[in-house]
Write a protein that binds this ligand. Structure first.
Ligand SMILES: Nc1ncnc2c1ncn2[C@@H]1O[C@H](COP(=O)(O)OP(=O)(O)O)[C@@H](O)[C@H]1O
Ligand SMILES: Cc1cn([C@H]2C[C@H](O)[C@@H](COP(=O)(O)OP(=O)(O)O)O2)c(=O)[nH]c1=O
Length: 256
């Protein structure tokens, strides 16, 4: 198969939402809460993560995060993340979006731009070009950036115990990439939501639900999960039992 890196794909029926930010800023917590919130309203939601999401991508994750491989040449590192992303986009993200799902990914391309481009100093152009064949023109509809001082995210990670090869990098590295996420977000405020990750889990979830509500209105009713079709009791009161309104998901419906 030939990959046309310049080809721009629209995200067809589905909606693509990405969580970005430094390590330990609450991305997986909020990704899970958003998925629960949308599923309870009857949407088909697929949650995934990078690096990961397919068998080969998870195997590459094991390699790239393994402290046994430190130090790793930054170009090698960038290529491993891009290789994992290629399988993820091709085998999971594109089919899910074409099927009309709400796809929620814990990290995507901006992590490579921030960690490898800024953190490792490879530069944004080099990292973007390495990743062009992998992302195949797909961009998130909304990227939620969770940001906080490194000292605070370190304190949260401390509760988690062991650190992987990237987490083990010094605070200066992590400070650089946090700043880069904010800089990238400022370039396209329509498609980025920057949130102070020091707020409470519930406050953050409400901000996210409010930003996602207008976006998912375009998800077709046919994309609802079979599970939701069989469980009308789980639906919000705003829609009819057989055909709930997509705009039943509002910022008032926090799941946190
Ligand atoms: N807003 C928050 N306030 C306090 N603790 C939080 C908050 N969000 C997440 N946590 C906790 O911080 C730790 C890291 O959160 P996690 O969601 O795993 O972050 P990430 O996926 O960004 O690494 C977990 O122990 C989680 O329970
Ligand atoms: C997707 C991606 C992740 N990474 C890093 C960020 C994380 O340190 C690590 C993935 O680990 P993960 O456990 O998903 O992150 P977190 O600690 O935030 O829960 O890989 C990159 O350096 N480049 C990338 O393209």
């Amino acid at each position: 198969m030939q990959v046309d890196a310049t080809q721009q794909h629209r995200n067809t029926a589905g909606v693509f939402i990405v969580f970005e930010g430094g390590d330990g800023t609450g991305k997986s917590t909020q990704s899970r809460l958003l998925a629960e919130h949308l599923r309870s309203a009857g949407y088909r939601v697929e949650t995934t993560r990078e690096p990961g999401g397919t068998a080969v991508s998870e195997a590459l994750r094991g390699i790239v995060l393994d402290p046994a491989f430190a130090p790793m040449d930054p170009v090698t590192e960038a290529l491993i993340y891009a290789a994992a992303r290629s399988a993820h986009v091709n085998d999971r993200i594109i089919p899910w979006l074409e099927a009309g799902a709400v796809v929620i990914s814990d990290r995507f391309l901006d992590s490579s731009l921030a960690y490898q481009g800024a953190g490792r100093g490879l530069g944004l152009e080099t990292v973007a070009s390495i990743n062009a064949p992998a992302v195949r023109g797909h961009e998130p509809d909304l990227t939620i950036v969770l940001t906080m001082p490194v000292a605070d995210s370190r304190a949260r990670q401390g509760q988690r115990g062991t650190s992987d090869r990237i987490e083990a990098e010094p605070d200066e590295f992590h400070g650089t990439l946090m700043e880069e996420f904010e800089r990238i977000a400022a370039l396209d405020p329509q498609r980025y939501l920057v949130i102070d990750a020091r707020a409470s889990i519930e406050d953050i979830a409400q901000q996210i639900n409010a930003a996602v509500a207008p976006l998912i209105k375009r998800v077709p009713l046919t994309a609802r999960t079979e599970q939701a079709e069989q469980a009308p009791a789980a639906r919000p009161a705003a829609g009819s039992a057989s055909n709930p309104a997509p705009d039943a998901v509002t910022d008032a419906g926090g799941s946190a």
